[in-house]
Design a protein around this ligand. Sequence first.
Ligand code: ATP
Length: 223
Amino acid sequence: MIKVENLVVKYGQATALDGISLHVEAGEMVALVGANGAGKSTLADTLSGILKPFSGTVQSTKMAHVPEGRQLFGTLSVDDNLKLGAWKGQDRDTDRIYEMLPELQRVRKQQGRTLSGGQQQMVAVGRALMSQPEVLVIDELSLGLAPRIVSILVENLAELNRDHGLGVLLVEQNAHIAFSLCHRAYVLELGRITHEGKSEDLAVSPHIARAYLGELSELGSED
Ligand code: ATP
């Protein structure tokens, strides 16, 4: 589905990604966890072709990108925003999306700017699904959303994975969410992957628990 090998991405002289390798198999849900500035959006933007690699390779099949900050057209209706997700010449029928994300049905005629943050994120996912992808790359699903809303979105994604075999690369700052949805994860620190493995194993690693799950160090340091 997605295969990245030795990827280096630079902004001018500055190296944002420094030799990243990762893969997402068919129907798999995988997380990429990292703090602010780790390079998460750079990776998502490179996967979707917005940024070009300095070196290394990116291969993917039928991928769609849910960008950070949703990026809807505020004055267009939900239905029209969804239609923008289809490729030229592709079916623009949105009914399939309302079947997959039934909560959007009720707001289908509403303008994008009138929606709640959670609804906007759901439209952004729906818009990406319009291109009939096999794998979604989702940049910061949880950004600015209340935990209850994030849970609903996570449940939607789990259903799409279960019922439609959709693969997901969840690029996420919130490790709790990432590990709860995805069975496997990578940890990105300053442009490098420092840890990878099953989410359940990563979650009990002391470094990751301290740095990403907000758990206090055993020594109870006061810094
Ligand atoms: P956040 O969670 O804050 O969005 P991120 O993990 O997505 O962070 P990136 O936005 O990918 O991180 O940024 C990675 C690094 O590249 C940072 O050091 C950032 O300052 C730098 N960077 C990002 N965009 C540019 C740009 N357009 N020009 C120069 N440097 C950039």
